[in-house]
Design a binder for this molecule. Structure first.
Ligand SMILES: Cc1cc2nc3c(=O)[nH]c(=O)nc-3n(C[C@H](O)[C@H](O)[C@H](O)COP(=O)(O)OP(=O)(O)OC[C@H]3O[C@@H](n4cnc5c(N)ncnc54)[C@H](O)[C@@H]3O)c2cc1C
Length: 402
C-alpha cells in the first residue's frame, strides 16, 4: 500500500482528520486536494473570521438522517480541540465561537502546524475509488494510489468556487453508497421581484416567520437584508432549509416589524404619530417607524394610498396598518442556488454509516463533514460538525474508538 490513510479533500473535516491522525500516531497519511491549496473555504467562513463552533452544541441542533450524537460526544468542546493546537478562542454574547484573533487564517495556520508527517498533495482531483485486497485504490489525475483506509471529506455542493461543485458525490454513487440528493441551504430566499425592487439595500431588524399555508413554522428574530430578488440575512439563511422547493407556492415569509411591541402599543404609536404629524401624508407619518420604501410597501399591503393625508385615516385603517406592521407578507418563489449557498442539505444517508462514520458495506472507508446528511443553522454548527466528524474517523482508524 502507498499509504495507511488517504484523505480526500483538504477542507475543514479533512484537515481535522489529518491533525487527529497525526496525533494518534498514524504514519503515512496523504491529503488529496484538487485545488492548488488546502483550506480555501475555511478562509471565507464567518466573513473571514471563521465562526468555528457554538457554545453548548448538542445533537438537537442538527437535522438529517444521521444521528450525530456519538460523534459530538466523542469530540467534546471545540475550544479544547483548538487549545490543544495552541489556538485560543472567544465566544460572543450570542454563543458564536471564533479564534481569539478573529481571523480565519489563524484557524488554518493552527491546522497546518499540526499535520505532522501528513503529505498535502494539492492539485490532485480524485475520480474514483475501488476496493482492493486490504484497502482501497483511489484513482486521481496523479494516477492510482492505494491505502488501507480512506476518509472521504470532499464536502458538498455549496460554494463551488471553493472546490465543491458536487462532482465528488458521483464517486460515492458509483460505489453504490446511497446519497440523499443535495439541495442548497444557508442561502437567500427569493420572492416577488416587483415587491422587492424598491426595498433593495434596506436592512431591517424584525421577526421572520415561515408560513406553510396558514401554519406558522420556523421563526427567528434578526436582520433582514433586502436584495432585488431575495430576502437575505442570517435568519433567512436558517429559514431556507425548511422550505420544500417542490411546494414553493405553499410558503410565505411574514415579517413582524415591531416584535417587541406589547398589545396595543403599535396602535397607540400610530395614533400618536397621526396626532403629531397631522399635516403629513401617510407615508411621511410612517417614517416615524420605518424606512420610507418599507413604509410605502406597508401602506400598499394595508390598502392605503401613500400620498393621502394621514389626518384622514380612520380607526379601521389604523388597525389595518397595525396588522400589516406585524404581518408584512412576501410570497416564496424559490431559494438561491449553490453559488450563493453556504452549505448543502443531503449527503450520505445515515443508515449506511456506523456511529464512527465508516460505511457499513466498506470497512475502512469513512465519510465526514458536509458529505454526510447532517445539517444545521448558521452560527458555527457546520464547522463544529466538520471538526468532530473528521476527528471521529481518524480516531477510529488510530484505534482510539470502537
Ligand atoms: C462563504 C461561507 C461561509 C461560511 N461560514 C461558516 C461559518 O462561519 N461557520 C460554520 O460553521 N460554517 C460556515 N460555512 C459552512 C462550512 O464552511 C462548511 O460546512 C465546511 O467548510 C464543510 O467542510 P468539509 O470539510 O465537509 O468540506 P469543504 O470545506 O468544502 O472541503 C472539501 C474539499 O474537498 C475538495 N475536493 C472536492 N472534490 C474533490 C475531489 N474530487 N478530489 C480532491 N479534492 C476534492 C475541495 O476542493 C475542498 O477543498 C460557510 C460556508 C461558506 C461557503
Amino acid at each position: 500500500m502507498d499509504y495507511r490513510l488517504i484523505i480526500i479533500g483538504g477542507g475543514a473535516s479533512g484537515l481535522a482528520a489529518a491533525v487527529r491522525a497525526a496525533a494518534g500516531g498514524i504514519d503515512g497519511t496523504a491529503i488529496l486536494e484538487k485545488l492548488p491549496r488546502t483550506g480555501k473555504k475555511i478562509l471565507a467562513t464567518g466573513n473571514g473570521r471563521c465562526n468555528l463552533s457554538h457554545s453548548g452544541i448538542t445533537a438537537a441542533d442538527y437535522y438529517g438522517s444521521f444521528d450525530p450524537a456519538p460523534v459530538l460526544d466523542h469530540f467534546g468542546d471545540a475550544a479544547d480541540f483548538f487549545a490543544s493546537m495552541g489556538l485560543y478562542t472567544r465566544t460572543d454574547e450570542a454563543g458564536r465561537m471564533y479564534p481569539y484573533s478573529m481571523t480565519a487564517s489563524a484557524v488554518l495556520d493552527a491546522l497546518h502546524m499540526q499535520l505532522g508527517g501528513a503529505q498535502e498533495r494539492c492539485g490532485v482531483a480524485v475520480t474514483g475509488i475501488r476496493r482492493i485486497s486490504g484497502g482501497y485504490a483511489v484513482s486521481s489525475d496523479a494516477g492510482e494510489l492505494t491505502a488501507r483506509n480512506v476518509i472521504f471529506a470532499a464536502g458538498g455542493h455549496a460554494a463551488p468556487k471553493h472546490g465543491t461543485d458536487g462532482s465528488a458525490w458521483n464517486i460515492l454513487r458509483e460505489m453504490g453508497i446511497p446519497v440523499i440528493p443535495p439541495r442548497p441551504i444557508l442561502c437567500p430566499v427569493k420572492s416577488d421581484e416587483k415587491r422587492l425592487r424598491p426595498l433593495k439595500g434596506l436592512r431591517v431588524r424584525c421577526r421572520v416567520t415561515l408560513y406553510d399555508g396558514d401554519a406558522a413554522g420556523y421563526t427567528e428574530d434578526g436582520e433582514v437584508q433586502f436584495t432585488e430578488t431575495a430576502l437575505s440575512g442570517i435568519c433567512l439563511f436558517d429559514l431556507a432549509g425548511h422550505i420544500d422547493t417542490r411546494r414553493l407556492h405553499a410558503y410565505q415569509i411574514r415579517l413582524d416589524l415591531l416584535p417587541a411591541d406589547t398589545a396595543g402599543e403599535t396602535l397607540s404609536r400610530l395614533y400618536t404619530m397621526q396626532g403629531t404629524r397631522y399635516a403629513a401624508s401617510c407615508e411621511e407619518m410612517l417614517t416615524g417607524l420605518l424606512q420610507r420604501p418599507l413604509a410605502r410597501l406597508v401602506l400598499k399591503q394595508a390598502g392605503i394610498r401613500a400620498d393621502a393625508p394621514c389626518a384622514g385615516l380612520d380607526a379601521r385603517q389604523l388597525q389595518q396598518l397595525e396588522a400589516v406592521l406585524h404581518d408584512l407578507r412576501f410570497p416564496v418563489t424559490g431559494i438561491a442556488d449553490f453559488t450563493q449557498a453556504q452549505a448543502t442539505a443531503g449527503g450520505v444517508r445515515g443508515d449506511v454509516l456506523n456511529a464512527n462514520l465508516s460505511v457499513r458495506q466498506y470497512p475502512g472507508f469513512y465519510v465526514t463533514g458536509e458529505a454526510v446528511d447532517v445539517q444545521s443553522i448558521c452560527g458555527g454548527y457546520h464547522l463544529h460538525w466538520c471538526w468532530a466528524s473528521g476527528c471521529m474517523a481518524a480516531d477510529h482508524i488510530a484505534g482510539g474508538v470502537l
